[in-house]
Design a binder for this molecule. Structure first.
Ligand code: TXA
Ligand code: MG
Length: 339
């Protein structure tokens, strides 16, 4: 299959809508990461997503809407706390899990009784959903297991030949996937941290729980709240190892353990002390920038031909929790405590 990459002009948006209505997949830009979209109400279309990505069928998808009225066809109830969250954060980088309506095919929910819904803010994403005229199921548009794509080029690198169209809407602003919260528990539970922080959520709906899978490794056979969390994720080819310690301990460890294929995933302040190739995530205290840079950095490390990459351990405050959550998965939960 020939994969076209088009800028979002009127003709391209029309084509995207037509393909989506005809059971096809389209790579779409969003403010978080690029998505691989299909008609959420068509189980056959949704099945193609799993094939193209090599995604396990037990990992449910997020449904994207472009108007709050579209929620009626997806949920059996729109709970009060979900309404409050929607009012505060939609359109935007928040996914809310709610009781599912019977309209939603089992391929979307992986047979769960709940459905994940997001109303994105990216102008082109909204135009594509409107052009299709149906809600769109879309996971991140990477091959299963590799870092999520934040540019159309990343999508092309992973899915060239497997999908007919990618719409190039520029670089994703947030750079990490949406925050995922379920209101099917009381109190609601954070399943995946993202650009919208625990503090921001609690300001709107009060106390929330944080699922243990956010920071800990889960058994692959465990029954988990969010199936996506049990898989190894975001993994570049290079082996990532997180070093938990201060800057001096970090630099010393690398200097004593390096070989010709060692690299560093560091902060700007580490750069002039390092003696190995590196990619920086930015300022040590600027979590939003680190989130924005993380997935591109993981892809860059691979292009450098490194075998082992030592990463500084991120703080878990605010958006830092999302950076930590993605980075420990890319490291297969391998953390060395230096202190
Ligand atoms: O920012 C995002 O959320 C991006 C863009 C494209 O919108 N999408 C995305 O999708 O990250 P994906 O499939 O890579 O991640 C969806 C996560 C998975 O961990 C999945 O297990 C979880 O949401 N999920 C989806 N539906 C669920 C449900 N009903 N219950 C629990 N977890 C669910
Ligand atoms: Mg993903």
């Amino acid at each position: 299959m020939n994969t076209q990459v088009l800028k979002p002009d009127e003709k391209a948006l029309e084509l995207a809508g037509e393909l989506l209505r005809n059971t096809e997949l389209v790579g779409i830009p969003t403010e978080t990461v690029y998505g691989l979209a299909a008609n959420a109400l068509d189980g056959n279309a949704v099945e193609k997503i799993f094939k193209a990505k090599g995604r396990p069928m037990d990992n449910p998808l997020i449904v994207h809407i472009a108007d709050i009225s579209q929620i009626d066809s997806l949920v059996s109830v729109f709970p009060e706390k979900a309404k409050k969250l929607a009012q505060a954060f939609w359109p935007g980088a928040l996914t809310i899990i709610m009781p599912c309506s019977s309209n939603v095919p089992f391929q979307v929910t992986a047979g769960l009784k709940t459905v994940a819904v997001r109303f994105p803010s990216h102008k082109t994403a909204l135009e594509i959903i409107k052009s299709a005229g149906v809600p769109l199921a879309a996971p991140s548009a990477n091959l299963s297991g590799s870092p999520s794509p934040t540019t159309a080029q990343h999508v092309y690198d992973d899915l060239n030949g497997k999908i007919p169209l990618i719409i190039d809407g520029g670089e994703s602003k947030v750079g990490l996937e949406s925050t995922v919260i379920t209101v099917a528990t009381e109190p609601p539970t954070l399943l995946r941290p993202g650009g919208i922080t625990v503090e921001q959520l609690e300001n709107v709906i009060g106390k929330i729980n944080i699922d243990k899978g956010v920071t800990q490794m889960l058994d692959t056979n465990a029954i988990v709240a969010s199936p996506g969390m049990k898989y190894k994720h975001y993994s570049p080819n290079a082996k990532i190892i997180i070093l938990n310690g201060n800057q001096t301990e970090y630099i010393n460890y690398i200097n004593t353990n390096k070989d010709n294929y060692t690299g560093a995933l560091c902060y700007d302040s580490d750069i002039d002390k390092l003696t190995v190739p590196y990619v920086s995530l930015g300022n040590e205290n600027d979590y939003t920038t680190q989130a924005h840079n993380l997935f591109t950095a993981l892809r860059q490390l691979d292009e450098m031909g490194l075998k082992t990459v030592y990463a500084r351990c991120p703080d878990t405050n605010g958006v830092g929790l999302a950076v930590y959550n993605r980075l420990i998965r890319s490291a297969g939960f391998e953390v060395i405590n230096l202190a």
